[in-house]
Design a protein around this ligand. Sequence first.
Ligand code: CTP
Length: 215
Amino acid sequence: MAYRILITAGPTREYIDPVRFITNRSSGRMGAALAAAARDVGLETVLVCGPVSIELPSGIEIIRVETAAEMASAVHRWAPESDLVIMAAAVADYRPVATLDHKMKKLPGKLVLELERTEDILGTLGSCRRPGQTLVGFAAETENLLTNAAGKLERKHLDWIAANLVADGFGSDTDTIELLGRGGEHFTLGPAPKSEVAAQLLSIVLGKKAEAKVI
Ligand code: CTP
């Protein structure tokens, strides 16, 4: 059987009303670069992608989603049959408690928006993964890069975590990633174009596993 990889990319949008939403600055470029790299080494590749304006790789299965809830259901649909899952998406941690049916009208004074947690998709995958499945998370941080990333690796029961400083990452064409493994491995990838960093990251997390299955 072919080696299957599921990658997520881009931001999510959490709607306040039909015309307003909460989102973040993720461009989707790293997820797209990982999907292209996976395709190039012959893996069966599924990309679950939030709203992005970049061109996505051809020759792969693409599922477009908007909200964290839509991303969660697409991931849960594809993850059980994936050997490797890389969550490069910047999934919103919170969404408005209610989405209004009509455009909100302004009123005098302040507005307080009530938010609730979204599902931690990667956390769910880490707590009920199938044997042999490899899980990779991303940690975009503005401070304490390695400590925060190591915490996520542990908390979400991951095999690898790819950590990058937001100052270098969002919107930029080059990247530097600190890749930490569950076994204490630590690789520094880049600074290099995202396509190169993605190919290096993929080859490390695949190790020898894919070769055996692809052929
Ligand atoms: N992630 C996810 N579902 C979410 C939020 C994040 O699957 N609702 C994934 C991201 O795709 C990324 C990893 O989890 O691979 C890190 O996300 P982050 O939000 O930074 O992790 P947290 O543990 O929530 O840490 P914190 O908010 O404290 O930075």
